[in-house]
Design a binder for this molecule. Structure first.
Ligand SMILES: [Mg+2]
Length: 170
């Protein structure tokens, strides 16, 4: 059970995800969490380098889909600005959330990675689907109280992780 909480790769931010290396592992689509992964918490401001990373992904023929538990107006605004599909009020870590994102992408789970900043929603959900999971550091500390409690547990998990994309060959 505990291994379902461990990401395959741990990076500082979205822009640090090694697209080329993962393409060699046949990863060509990314399911992206929104708050604190792609944008600041509850803001439309993108993480540093996020737009460029998406352009690089597109340039190599890859694609992305937003998968967020947040409400439609919030998720749609960012998705439309980036011209990518989205799933809102997703209910991560439930399987159905990830299945809906895979439907949007039309890629098999073996060729799709899940990216997010939360172990108990993004990583747990992606691992249960058998997808490659990538944990990023949350980009803004302001969050719901409940999330802050979960973070304390996440820090215990993260402390035991090797840093950087080298973990890809675990
Ligand atoms: Mg998040």
């Amino acid at each position: 059970m505990i291994e379902l909480l461990y990401p395959r790769i741990y990076v500082a931010s979205l822009a640090d995800i090694p697209l080329e290396a993962l393409r060699r592992e046949r990863i060509r689509a990314y399911i992206l969490d929104l708050d604190n992964t792609l944008t600041m918490w509850n803001s439309n401001e993108l993480a540093p380098g996020a737009r460029e990373w998406l352009e690089d992904l597109r340039a190599m023929g890859g694609k992305a889909c937003l998968l967020s538990n947040n409400h439609q107006r919030r998720v749609a605004a960012v998705a439309e600005a980036l011209d990518i599909p989205y799933v809102h009020k997703a209910g991560k870590p439930r399987r159905r959330a990830f299945e809906r994102a895979l439907e949007q992408l039309s890629t098999p789970h073996q060729e799709t990675a899940v990216v997010g900043d939360q172990v108990f929603t993004d990583i747990l959900g992606g691992n249960r689907m058998g997808m490659l999971t990538i944990l990023v550091k949350p980009i803004h500390p302001r969050e719901y109280f409940g999330t802050r409690l979960v973070r304390k547990v996440e820090r215990l998990v993260v402390k035991r992780l090797p840093q950087g994309p080298t973990a890809a060959s675990r």
